[in-house]
Write a protein that binds this ligand. Structure first.
Ligand SMILES: Cc1cc2nc3c(=O)[nH]c(=O)nc-3n(C[C@H](O)[C@H](O)[C@H](O)COP(=O)(O)OP(=O)(O)OC[C@H]3O[C@@H](n4cnc5c(N)ncnc54)[C@H](O)[C@@H]3O)c2cc1C
Length: 393
C-alpha cells in the first residue's frame, strides 16, 4: 500500500489485483460514488432503495459469483469479495442487500431444479424478483439447528409451514424467500429442509427497526399454516442445513470485505478531517496523539484487507478454507468496530452528529460482529480447527 497517495485513478487498495478485477471494481465504484443523494435520503427515512438493485446487478453484484451457465459472471471469490469491499466503503446497507441476494442466488444455483432456476434465479439475476433467506428464530440464533418452524407433510405431497422467523433481512421488500423448517423434529438437524416460498403463499412480514444498516429492513416472517407444493423443496428433504452451509464461506468473506470497506471509509474521512481542522493554531494532523489514532486505523485496515484476500485466494485455489474464512470474519468485523470507534474519536463531536458519515460508519460497523456467525461462534470454529475439539457441544 502506498502511504502517500490518496484515492487516485489506481487506488492503492487495488495494488496486486489484475487488470480485469480493477476494471470490474472501477465500474462498481463509479456507480456507487453517484449514490450520495439517495444514500442520505434513505438513511434518514429508513427507506429501502429498490430502484438501485438492478444497476447494482448490472455492475457485477449478485451475478458475480454465479456460474455463467446459470446466468452469472463466474467471478472468482477474490473478485466477488473485492466488490463487497467497494460496497462497504460506499454504503453498508447496499453491501448487506447484495450479500443476501447473492446468498439466495448461490443456493438456487447450487440446488435448484431447472424449473426453480427459471422461476426464481433468472428473475433474481435480472433484478425483477428479490429474495430473502431465513434460518434464525427468536430461540434459535447461534444454535440454528434448534429451529422449530414446522413443515408438516400433507397427503397431497405438499407441506404446511407453521412458525416464525426473526431478523430476516429485506423480507418485507422481497417477492420470495428460502426458509428452513423441520419436517420431523425428532430427526434433529437431519429433519431440517429448505423451502421456496412466495409472497402470494400468504406468509406475513413484520418490520422491526434496527440501529445499523438503516436502508435495509429487519423482519419477522410469520407462517400460519402456509401450504406449498412438493416442487417447493429446495435440494433434498433433510439436507437444508448442509445446503445453507454451502454459502457460509462466501457469506463470511463478503461480510469481512464489507468491513474493510467501512474501515477504509473511516480512514479516508479521518485523513481529510485531521488535515483540514485546526485546534491550538495547528492542524490536528500535527499532533502526535492524533497521528497515532490515524495510523492505528490505517494499520488495522491494511491487515484486515490482507486477511480476507488471502482467504479468498485459498477458496479460489480449491482449499476448504473454513477456518481461514472464520478468521477473516472475526478479525475484519472486530477491526471495523475498533476502527470506527477511533474515527469517531478523531472527529470529536461532529463524528457523533446524526447524518455525519462517521456516525453512520460507526453504527454500520457495529452490525458486522453478529450476523453470519457472531465473533464468539467464529472463535469456536477456529478453536475446533486448531485444537480438534468442539467447545460448543
Ligand atoms: C443485521 C442483521 C441481519 C440479519 N439477517 C438475517 C437473515 O437475513 N436471515 C437469518 O436467518 N438471520 C439473520 N440474522 C440473524 C443472525 O444470524 C443472528 O443474529 C445470529 O446468528 C446470532 O443469533 P442471536 O442474535 O439469536 O444471538 P445468540 O445466539 O442469542 O447469542 C447471544 C450472545 O451469546 C453468544 N453465544 C451464543 N452461543 C454461544 C456459545 N456456545 N459460546 C459462546 N458464546 C455464545 C453469542 O456470540 C452472542 O454474543 C441477522 C442479524 C442481524 C444483526
Amino acid at each position: 500500500m502506498s502511504l502517500t497517495s490518496g484515492v487516485s485513478s489506481r487506488d492503492p487498495a487495488w495494488n496486486l489485483l489484475d487488470d480485469a478485477t480493477v476494471s470490474i471494481l472501477g465500474r462498481a465504484r463509479e456507480y456507487l460514488s453517484g449514490l450520495g443523494d439517495v444514500l442520505e435520503e434513505c438513511e434518514r427515512s429508513r427507506r429501502f432503495p429498490a430502484e438501485i438493485v438492478r444497476p447494482l446487478i448490472d455492475v457485477g453484484f449478485v451475478r458475480g459469483p454465479i456460474p455463467v451457465e446459470d446466468g452469472g459472471l463466474g467471478l472468482t471469490h477474490l473478485q466477488s469479495a473485492c466488490l463487497m469491499e467497494e460496497a462497504g466503503r460506499a454504503w453498508a446497507s447496499v453491501r448487506t442487500t447484495a450479500n443476501i441476494l447473492t446468498l439466495v442466488a448461490e443456493l438456487l444455483s447450487a440446488a435448484g431444479t431447472v424449473e426453480q432456476k427459471s422461476r426464481y434465479l433468472t428473475p433474481l439475476l435480472a433484478g425483477d424478483r428479490l429474495g430473502w433467506f431465513a434460518i434464525t428464530e427468536r430461540e434459535a440464533g447461534s444454535d440454528a439447528s434448534a429451529l422449530a418452524t414446522r413443515a408438516e407433510r400433507l397427503p397431497s405431497g405438499g407441506y404446511r409451514l407453521t412458525g416464525r422467523k426473526s431478523y430476516i433481512t429485506n423480507a418485507s421488500h422481497s417477492d420470495f424467500g428460502i426458509v428452513l423448517a423441520t419436517v420431523d423434529p425428532t430427526l434433529g438437524p437431519r429433519g431440517i429442509t429448505a423451502f421456496l416460498v412466495e409472497r402470494s403463499d400468504g406468509y406475513r412480514t413484520v418490520e422491526h427497526p434496527h440501529m445499523p444498516v438503516r436502508a435495509v429492513s429487519s423482519c419477522d416472517v410469520e407462517f400460519d399454516s402456509v401450504e406449498v407444493g412438493p416442487e417447493r423443496v429446495l435440494g433434498e428433504v433433510g439436507r437444508g442445513l448442509s445446503l445453507a452451509m454451502r454459502g457460509v464461506n462466501a457469506g463470511r468473506l463478503n461480510v469481512s470485505a464489507g468491513c474493510v470497506g467501512i474501515a477504509q471509509a473511516c480512514l479516508d474521512a479521518s485523513r481529510e478531517h485531521v488535515t483540514t481542522r485546526q485546534q491550538f493554531g495547528k492542524k490536528l494532523a500535527e499532533f502526535q496523539l492524533v497521528q497515532k489514532m490515524v495510523v492505528d486505523i490505517a494499520t488495522r485496515t491494511a491487515a484486515a484487507r490482507e486477511l480476507y484476500r488471502s482467504s479468498a485466494r485459498l477458496l479460489d485455489a480449491g482449499v476448504d478454507a473454513r477456518a481461514e474464512c472464520s478468521m477473516a470474519k472475526y478479525f475484519c468485523s472486530e477491526s471495523a468496530v475498533e476502527v470506527a470507534t477511533q474515527a469517531v474519536q478523531v472527529h470529536g463531536a461532529i463524528g457523533l452528529t446524526e447524518g455525519h458519515q462517521v456516525e453512520r460508519l460507526f453504527r454500520d460497523a457495529r452490525e458486522a460482529t453478529i450476523p453470519e456467525g457472531t465473533s464468539q461462534m467464529q472463535i469456536l470454529q477456529i478453536g475446533k480447527a486448531l485444537l480438534g475439539v468442539s467447545a460448543v457441544r
